[in-house]
Design a protein around this ligand. Structure first.
Ligand SMILES: [Cu+2]
Length: 442
């Protein structure tokens, strides 16, 4: 094809050029056999024959082309979690993003923002199939490098927490919940993968993602503490050092660790049975050879408020429109997973107000169930404003927040991205059972 003849009088040249351009990144969705422990293979679906998928590095504000091919027998869709993208490519069928048919491919062109630690993952339903959706290996890290003020560190590690070989088991109240046989960090059980190799006195940044379909995880590194600098990829107003991390499904933590305790350690899940199921990774100082050490932390404590702004919270604005969202479980009988209700209805019957462009909203999550729910809002970020029993707060920006059983959480966001916008519980089994709501713009 002659580009010169194309150029002559063609207004469509930028589109043509994009169509001809080589992609910046390519993802191939295909069956994959993941060796999580010696000779222990899990048949799953993954991106580019690896778990986690490839780390995609992008630059804030610099357009990219990503090609995605679906080599499975099912419709697939990729959600760009934490990015501000148009509904047509954000990656949820409920928002109108077209799925990718078996054997098909799609080209996505977008401008990555905001800067920070993001991720991408499948957004399909799984229902009872524990090989589908986020029960599979379809997830990867996405790092949008900031234009300015990159963090200072000597070494960077990306870690993800995942649970495998799930099955539905009856819980105490008779409903069915997923339980798992194996748990991993970066797709490997403790001791099987390569250690994180560090040197004494280094400043290491850990970028940790919980990619589990349903489980919240607690992480510690004996002999060290975590200086948390960002939550869900967004810098916190008050970085703080804590002994343990809690990550609900889809949450991310960026933490600086001062490597000042030479030895060989286990970074892992605090709860013994989950670490025994594989969720850990060895941290090895240069020149140190010994059995990896674990010490059991005495307290399991996590409070988002540790990282909130310290100056007084501005008075609550009268212009903010409140949207109460009452969350309830609906028992469907013994042997069935609960269905989930938002204000008395399950998706797609659930109702939601039309958003006005530029308007500030306060989502008031009222959790009337005993389960914890990681609530995720697509295409926007929200600010944590209030937790049951606490004062008003501000300054922490996230895209996912864990609303604990029986508690209330209030978050605010500005409606600044017209288009269908999904709000849902990030537990796959809850989302599949109706725990979703779509906001339209007026
Ligand atoms: Cu939930």
């Amino acid at each position: 094809m002659k580009l010169s003849s194309l150029a002559a009088g063609s207004v469509a040249l930028p589109e043509m050029a994009r169509a001809l351009a080589a992609p910046d990144h390519s993802l191939e969705i295909a069956p994959y056999s993941l060796e999580i422990a010696p000779h222990h293979f899990i048949k799953t679906v993954a991106y580019n024959q690896q778990v986690p998928g490839p780390l995609l590095r992008m630059k804030e504000g610099q357009p990219v082309i990503v090609d995605v091919t679906n080599q499975t027998g099912n419709n697939e869709i990729v959600h760009w979690h934490g990015l501000f993208l148009p509904s047509e490519i954000d990656g949820s069928m409920e928002e109108g993003t077209p799925h990718i048919v078996p054997g098909g491919s799609e080209r996505y062109t977008f401008t990555p923002q905001p800067a920070g630690f993001r991720w991408f993952h499948t957004h399909t339903m799984a229902a009872r199939d524990m090989k589908k959706g986020l029960y599979s290996g379809q997830y990867g890290f996405l790092m949008i490098e900031p234009r300015q003020n990159p963090a200072r560190y000597d070494r960077e590690f990306f870690l993800e927490l995942h649970d495998w070989e799930g099955q539905f088991v009856g819980n105490d109240d008779g409903a069915m919940d997923p339980v798992y046989g194996v748990s991993t960090i970066n797709g490997k059980t403790l001791g099987f993968g390569e250690p994180l190799r560090v040197k004494a006195s280094e400043r290491v940044i850990l970028r940790i993602l919980n990619s589990s379909a349903t489980e919240t995880h607690w992480i510690a590194l004996p002999g060290h503490s975590f200086h948390v600098v960002a939550l869900d990829g967004n810098p916190v107003p008050q970085p703080k050092t804590v002994p343990v991390l809690r990550l609900a499904p889809a949450e991310r933590v960026c933490a600086i660790v001062e490597m000042n305790s030479p030895g060989v350690w286990v970074l892992g899940e605090i709860r013994k049975h989950i670490q025994t199921a594989g969720m850990g990774i060895v941290v090895e100082y240069a020149g140190q050879k010994s059995k990896p050490q674990w010490q059991q932390p005495q307290v399991l404590e996590w409070d988002y408020m540790h990282f909130a702004a310290t100056e007084p919270t501005p008075a609550r604005s009268a212009d903010v429109i409140e949207i109460p969202i009452r969350i309830e479980a609906k028992f469907m009988g013994h042997g069935s997973p609960d269905h989930w209700l938002m204000n008395g209805r399950s998706f797609p019957q659930v109702e939601s107000p039309a958003l006005k462009l530029g308007q500030r909203y306060r989502l008031v999550f009222q959790n009337r169930s005993i389960d914890d729910h990681p609530l995720h809002l697509h295409r926007h970020a929200f600010e944590l404003r209030h937790f049951t029993g606490g004062p008003e707060t501000h300054g922490i920006t996230k895209d996912t927040v864990l609303v604990e059983g029986g508690k209330e959480v209030e978050v605010e966001f500005t409606a600044n991205a017209p288009g269908l916008t999904l709000l849902h519980c990030h537990q796959q089994s809850h989302m599949d059972m109706g725990f979703m709501m779509v906001f339209k713009y007026a």
